[in-house]
Design a protein around this ligand. Structure first.
Ligand code: FES
Length: 102
């Protein structure tokens, strides 16, 4: 586990996602505003929808394909408790977003 610089905070649209590849990992990165940034695995476990094309509703990301939403803190799906996504710890250092990747 190590924090990797992935983006400048100013590059991330608020309330939306961005798909990135860093250090061999594809991640979906979300700017929730107020310096809060979340990082998740990029594919929805329902039918592999692109989570980075989804949007934020409160503390959840909504998949653009069928609307399943996932808690950004736990990764748990609020529609189907058997589904979950990976969530990664993030931090903002001098306006740069870093993600703790496995
Ligand atoms: S693929 Fe994400 S909700 Fe269906």
């Amino acid at each position: 586990m190590a924090f990797i610089k992935v983006a400048d905070l100013a590059e991330l649209p608020e309330g939306r996602g961005v798909l990135l590849e860093r250090a061999g990992h594809a991640i979906a990165l979300f700017n929730a505003g107020g310096g809060r940034v979340y990082a998740t695995s990029p594919l929805c476990p329902h039918e592999d929808g692109p989570l980075a094309d989804g949007w934020l509703e409160g503390d959840a990301v909504v998949c653009p394909w069928h609307g399943f939403d996932f808690d950004l803190a736990t990764g748990g799906c609020r529609v189907d408790e058997n589904l979950s996504i990976a969530v990664y710890t993030t931090r903002v250092v001098d306006a740069t977003v870093e993600v703790d990747l496995p």
